[in-house]
Structure formats: structure tokens, C-alpha cells
Design a protein around this ligand. Structure first.
Ligand SMILES: [Zn+2]
Length: 242
């Protein structure tokens, strides 16, 4: 499985002849354009976890001719921006629903922000999870009430993900949260059964290095991409650079 970083929470995942695009709001390195023009794929699925500008953009409309399916969170249905997309190619998903065709299977989960998280099973059997804006949004300096609410909302959701299996999980490690930045990722990886974690939603912040605590609790490889176009191959439970 090949993974390329687009920007923010945007990634291109290639597994054999299947392409998955997640939250491609901007793609400064032209990664999806290049893959699209090359055309060496059977299926192309474009996901958007919610309507926020830093996750969903109309520029992915340009890929419609070769797109197998747009899979959007149901909140996107109510936006003006989605009106330019061909409706017969869109599947909207609410939280805790499933969708499949003859190639992939998709599960949706609730977020702690707008929209959903997605988990996708590829034809090879590999599974990827994309959190969207689901996170433990612990803002240092916020009111105790808000901090408490954020914790409760996150823990309630994470409980429902107990034991969930995925080979690769994309999860926010947002630099703006300062010392609380990895709290969500740490707890999420501890509760679920994910084999690796890719940090996202940290534009303008340096690479995240997991804390000692994270590494003791979660013995899984992590990758924190920095530059658009950065790429890793996930093989035999490891991220390798080529
Ligand atoms: Zn966001």
C-alpha cells in the first residue's frame, strides 16, 4: 500500500489498482492530478469526511470522469459547493452506516466535530481508517467546562471504536493543541486495534515525534508527513521510504 501526503488531512492511498483519495482540499504537489492523468488504476474513490473548507473542496470535481464514486459525509449534501458534482456519482454517508460495491466496503463512524470518520476495506483485504476531525480537542487555556466536554465527547466515541481493526489509521495530531496534541491519537490507538498511525491536521507544525508514553502504550509505527508529496510504502507492518 502506497500513501502520499497531499496537505492537512489529505492523502492518496494506492493499493494495487485501487486509489482512495481522502479530504483533498488542496494538493499543491499535484499528486492526485498526476495519478489521474497516468490512469493506471481500475477504481478511484474520493472521500470527504465533512464540509469544512480544509477537508472538502470543489476542485475534486475535475476527477469526475474517472471517479468510481464520491463518498461524502452527509453534511456535505447541504452545501452549495456540492451542487456542481454529478449527483449519480455521490454516496452520502451518515454516522454508523455502511456502503459497499464489488470492490470496497466502507464503514462510517461519528466525529467529535462535524461529519464522520471512514474505514475502508480494499480488495486486498487491507483496511484504512481516516478520522476526519474526530479528535480529543483539548485546547490548553479553554474553560474547564469545555475541556471536560471535549474529553467526554471523545471518550464516548472512542469506546464505540473498541477493538476496531485497521492496517493504517490517519489521525489528527494538531500542533495547535500544544502539549495536548497527541492525547487523542494515544488514546485512540490504545483502544482500537490499528497497526500503524499517520499524523495529520498539523500544517505549519514540525514533524510529530511520539512521546515515550505513546511508544510504551502503543507499539506501532507512526509517520508524521511534513511536505506535500511526501510518500511512504506500508508493507509488512512498517512504513518504508523509497
Ligand atoms: Zn479540520
Amino acid at each position: 500500500m502506497d500513501i502520499t501526503y497531499l496537505l492537512n488531512s489529505g492523502f492518496l492511498v494506492r493499493d494495487e489498482k485501487t486509489l482512495l483519495v481522502f479530504d483533498d482540499y488542496e494538493d499543491p504537489a499535484g499528486i492526485v492530478d498526476a495519478a489521474y492523468d497516468k490512469g493506471d488504476f481500475d477504481r478511484l474513490y474520493i472521500f470527504a469526511t465533512h464540509a469544512h473548507f480544509d477537508h472538502f473542496s470543489t476542485h475534486v470535481r475535475a476527477y469526475a470522469p474517472k471517479t468510481t464514486r464520491y463518498i461524502f459525509s452527509s453534511d456535505i449534501k447541504h452545501t452549495k459547493r456540492v451542487k456542481i458534482f454529478p449527483t449519480n456519482k455521490i454516496t452520502y454517508m451518515k454516522r454508523y452506516t455502511e456502503w459497499e460495491d464489488d470492490a470496497i466496503h466502507v464503514w462510517s463512524y461519528d466525529s467529535t466535530d462535524v461529519g464522520v470518520c471512514f474505514r475502508v476495506q480494499l480488495p486486498s483485504g487491507k483496511r484504512v481508517f481516516h478520522a476526519g476531525d474526530f479528535n480529543w480537542w483539548h485546547w490548553i487555556g479553554d474553560t474547564p467546562e469545555n475541556i471536560d466536554l471535549a474529553e467526554k465527547a471523545f471518550k464516548r466515541q472512542v469506546k464505540r471504536l473498541k477493538g476496531m481493526q485497521a492496517d493504517v489509521a490517519f489521525f489528527p495530531v494538531d500542533g495547535r493543541l500544544g502539549i495536548a496534541q497527541e492525547k487523542g491519537a494515544l488514546e485512540f490507538a490504545a483502544r482500537t486495534n490499528v497497526k500503524s498511525l499517520v499524523a495529520m491536521h498539523r500544517v505549519d507544525y514540525p514533524m510529530w515525534t511520539p512521546s515515550r508514553e505513546f511508544k510504551v502504550i502503543n507499539r506501532i509505527p507512526t509517520w508524521s508527513p511534513l511536505k506535500p508529496g511526501e510518500h511512504r510504502t506500508f508493507v509488512e507492518g512498517q512504513f518504508t521510504e523509497d
